[in-house]
Design a binder for this molecule. Structure first.
Ligand SMILES: C[S@@+](CC[C@H](N)C(=O)[O-])C[C@H]1O[C@@H](n2cnc3c(N)ncnc32)[C@H](O)[C@@H]1O
Length: 230
């Protein structure tokens, strides 16, 4: 299998003919990405709206959504660094991806991280990659962009269920609640049509059980979290 170089550009749509036939790997052109995102424009500009790209490649859709949301964060919150950081964190933590090929996973995480980092450093140039903030951002991309098979909902080696983290801000304090859920369980209990999870029509509600819960943690310290499971 061909291994792409780190200079892979969003404009290249095919890595190799073999990958096209084995994995259907043809990346979506930017014009189409933007046209499709415009169909749900308001959601792409709502900081906490969650997106899952189930065969995300190197992140063409996620990258554009990230840029759109960050433009909103910049407009509203750039005057106060802590506000910018929190809302940019919530933006990052709202984006999820699954991808079968590990090199694409790595590229996607790196690409999204660079978009966030470049925007952040433009406004706060005194920061660097070792800052707690950027380490936490890198960690969230690591947790949210997963090596997985979107058909089996497991890692491609079959060993583990795809498990996503839900990140919730607690009243603007900077504290974040993380709960992990198996995707399989979330999807199995999702009604195909009719009332949604939070229906108040008297029908049975589905309350998913987290696989793991974590103590409240400040967004600057999220990257230290793996040892701190409840
Ligand atoms: C047509 S490309 C689209 C990539 C990206 N969403 C885009 O629009 O540019 C399909 C991607 O799905 C990945 N893929 C193929 N089968 C998959 C599966 N079962 N689970 C997850 N990803 C898969 C391929 O490796 C490839 O990166």
């Amino acid at each position: 299998m061909e291994h792409p170089t780190s200079d892979f550009s969003a404009h290249r749509r095919i890595k190799s003919k073999e990958r096209v036939s084995a994995y259907g790997e043809v990346f979506t052109a930017d014009r189409e990405v933007n046209a499709m995102l415009d169909l749900v424009k308001e959601e792409t500009e709502r900081i906490d709206s969650r997106f899952l790209e189930p065969a995300c490649g190197n992140g063409n859709f996620l990258a554009r959504i990230l840029q759109r949301k960050l433009a909103v964060v910049q407009r509203r919150y750039v005057a106060v660094r802590a506000d910018y950081e929190l809302y940019a964190f919530l933006t990052v933590s709202s984006l999820y991806g699954i991808e079968l090929l590990q090199d694409n996973v790595d590229e996607c995480r790196t690409r999204l991280f660079h978009i966030l980092r470049d925007a952040y450093l433009t406004h706060f140039p005194q920061a660097d990659d070792k800052d707690d903030y950027l380490q936490s951002i890198r960690y969230v991309f690591h947790r949210n962009i997963l090596w997985g098979d979107a058909l089996t909902l497991r890692t491609p080696d079959g060993r583990e269920a795809i498990t996503f983290s839900e990140w919730t801000a607690v009243n603007g304090s900077g504290l974040i609640k993380r709960r992990d859920f198996e995707l399989d369980m979330l999807l199995r209990n999702q009604p195909m049509q009719g009332p949604n999870l939070f229906s108040d029509l008297g029908d049975e509600a589905f309350i998913p059980t987290p696989k793991a819960e974590y103590p409240l943690t400040h967004y600057l310290k999220i990257y230290t979290q793996d040892a701190a499971q409840l």
